[in-house]
Design a protein around this ligand. Structure first.
Ligand code: GAL
Length: 654
């Protein structure tokens, strides 16, 4: 359990650096991330490097025993570079380029820009790769932030065409795979294929899907070009990237594959995230100062597996932020609570954004551990408290990594893309469905691992698949090999890899273990909510419903009032034919957990529990005081059983 901080020495007078480093060390901070936006200071003119200031900053921090995470500065290319390489600016969907004057103003398909990125990475790595205090390198910053993955440029078109040629070999097989006979969309050559943009009506969904796959590969290869240089010059340092919450524009499992990163890190802004994800207004209101209880852990449990067991929070909210529609001050205790929450989900390090609030430029309304006048902020005081508690507790300091959970939730990036390309109903959002399943499992007190469909799923007692657009035979083989119980949500198996309906109807290959067919599917406007009772709980279908025909020995466990099956099962496999209201998801998953031999509990509103290294933690995000569900006589190592809003406790799990 280590504490870190993001620091921008270039934004402060040099006379402050030594004192900053001293205070960081006294505070209990172990890691400091620097550098990721400082290109204009590292290379103020083409080919003219100025390292003296960075040498000085690194030595000042290292002298206090602080470990450094050094960022490559490629998220903010300097003006001289943009002027010299105007084609590197990304192009908007309307065909016009973005302007200079903020950040992330580059086209990932610009080969000229990518060469500059490799060059500056190499220059940094040559200089600092062997420095003993530089323990980790971060590539770029939040790849894809501000919707900057797609660029509708000529360069993107050329690289997409090459990507297609590699994937399909001949234009005839592309035409066949996409179904381009429809509307006479057949292409004579790969060079004739454009980008799926500015068409009078929808472009072919298969065209969109391949473009999304291509973009995802571009993001991964952009990182890998830098990672390869860093590995060469800094073989002992960790290579990482700071991912974002709820962000699905590229496939993070593929990004991380083949050891492209050593640890997954992500940036956690729970209150702002609660505002911007599509939660019902009542939930946003209830959790406006605490954040929704599952909004951070959803990504903790996702990035832990993406990092192969290792994850950090690279940027943690320490007070109000500046970028959500509303930016309230967190309730007392929350900044401390979020730190323990991350640790309880397996984080090795929680690093705060940022050391000190910057009084000028775009983020002047964004808090840090210190106010602009260098006084500790309210959030900073809470982090200081957590750091002191951890330093004083042998148990917390030496906590073992998170063990393997018994429940897996399959999250699939390609499914997100496919259902964005073809929503079919204005309110259908796959990640929101996945989040609702996750949140229900957490409300039942279960620890969850969020995994790729390609992961080895054989060891889990319960595998929950909120939806999975493409179900192939390999995936069904996994079901056959496992002894666990499987729950599938609506729209599962509804597409082929080329974005068509399976010949034998959805759910495609899943029919091998779950004989049923989806005859028709409907999206549901808010006034259409077919009622149903599942496991004694009353509720309805919302957003989506599959009209299902049960075949063979498949059992219908619950039926809608109009007669359509709602929940079906065959052996160890269950199918929810609709997006259910929350009570029904709870009842259904409770029943599934019971069937899988897992103990559940209904936690009070806003209370959550997590287990790590022999401890059980409880967190109160709720409005009311709550009692932690610890057994009689439990030995508390942090806090007590009584939890006011914003409080946390931990006890030795029996
Ligand atoms: C992150 C970004 C940081 C900072 C922060 C503000 O998205 O990586 O540089 O902008 O948000 O919340």
């Amino acid at each position: 359990m280590q504490i870190g901080v993001c620091y921008y020495p270039e934004q402060w007078p040099r006379t402050m650096w030594a004192d900053d480093a001293r205070r960081m060390a006294e505070f209990g901070i172990t890691h400091v991330r620097i550098g990721e936006f400082a290109w204009s200071r590292m290379e103020p003119r083409a080919g003219v490097y100025e390292w003296a200031w960075l040498d000085d900053a690194i030595e000042t921090l290292a002298a206090r025993g602080l470990k450094i995470v050094l960022g490559t500065p490629t998220a903010s290319p300097p003006k001289w570079l943009v002027d010299a390489t105007p084609d590197m600016l990304p192009v908007r969907a309307d065909g016009t380029p973005w302007n200079y004057g903020s950040r992330r103003h580059y086209d990932i398909a610009s080969e000229a820009y990518r060469a500059h990125c490799v060059r500056i990475t190499e220059a940094m790595a040559q200089r600092y790769g062997a420095h003993p205090a530089v323990v980790a390198w971060q590539t770029d910053n939040e790849l894809g932030c501000h919707d900057t993955v797609p660029s509708w440029s000529n360069a993107a078109q050329r690289r997409f065409q090459a990507w297609l040629a590699k994937r399909y070999g001949t234009i005839e097989s592309l035409n066949e795979a996409w179904g381009n006979v429809f509307w006479s969309m057949e292409y004579p050559s790969f060079e004739a294929v454009g980008l799926p943009v500015r068409t009078p009506t929808d472009a072919n969904p298969a065209h969109h899907l391949d473009f999304r796959r291509y973009l995802s590969d571009e993001v991964a290869s952009f990182h890998r070009e830098q990672a390869e240089v860093l590995r060469r010059y800094a073989p002992n340092a960790d290579v990482l990237h700071n991912f974002m919450g709820f962000f699905t524009t590229f496939d993070h499992y593929q990004f991380a594959a083949d050891k492209a990163i050593d640890v997954a890190t992500w940036d956690s802004y729970p209150i702002a995230r609660t505002e911007v994800i599509g939660l019902p207004e009542a939930e946003k209101a209830r959790y406006a100062r605490t954040a929704h209880p599952d909004v951070s852990s959803f990504d903790h449990d996702r990035y832990r597996t993406i990092g192969g067991g290792r994850f950090w929070v690279m940027e943690q909210q320490a007070g109000p932020v500046n970028w959500a529609p509303w930016n309230p001050v967190p309730a007392p205790g929350m900044v401390r609570l979020w730190a323990y929450e991350a640790f309880a989900h397996g984080a090795e390090l929680v690093s705060y954004f940022r050391w000190r609030q910057c009084p000028y430029a775009q983020e002047q309304m964004h808090s840090g551990l210190n106010l602009p006048n260098n006084e500790l902020s309210p959030g900073g005081r809470e982090v200081e408290q957590a750091a002191r508690e951890i330093a004083a507790s042998e148990v917390l300091r030496t906590l073992a990594p998170a063990g393997r959970a018994q429940v897996a939730l399959v999250f699939d990036y390609e499914t997100q893309w496919m259902f964005e390309i073809q929503r079919h109903g204005a309110s259908f959002d796959y990640q929101a469905l996945a989040f609702d399943y996750y949140s229900a499992l957490r409300e039942l007190g279960l620890d969850v691992e969020i995994v790729s469909r390609h992961a080895d799923l054989s060891a889990y007692r319960l595998v929950v698949v909120p939806s999975l657009a493409v179900i192939d035979d390999g995936f069904v083989d996994q079901i056959e090999r496992s002894d666990g119980l499987w729950v599938f949500g609506p729209r599962s198996g509804s597409k082929t890899a080329h974005f068509a309906i399976p010949g034998d109807l959805p759910p495609g290959a899943l029919q091998r273990v779950l004989p049923l067919q989806v005859i028709e599917a409907e999206s549901l406007r808010p006034t259409l909510a077919p009622a149903v009772t599942v496991g004694g709980a009353q509720g309805a279908a919302v957003h989506w419903r599959d009209h299902v025909r049960a075949n063979g020995a498949t059992r219908i466990q619950a039926q809608f009032e109009d007669g359509w099956p709602a929940l079906l099962s065959h052996g160890r496999v269950r199918y929810a034919a609709a997006w259910f209201t929350r009570e029904l998801h709870l009842a259904m998953l409770e029943g599934a957990a019971r069937g899988a031999g897992l103990a559940t509990q209904r936690l009070p509103q806003g209370l959550r529990v997590s287990r790590r290294g022999g401890l059980c933690f409880a967190f109160n995000f709720g409005e009311q005081r709550s009692q932690a569900p610890a057994p009689e006589g439990a030995e508390f190592v942090l806090g007590t059983r009584e939890l006011a809003r914003g409080e946390v406790c931990a006890w030795r799990a029996g």
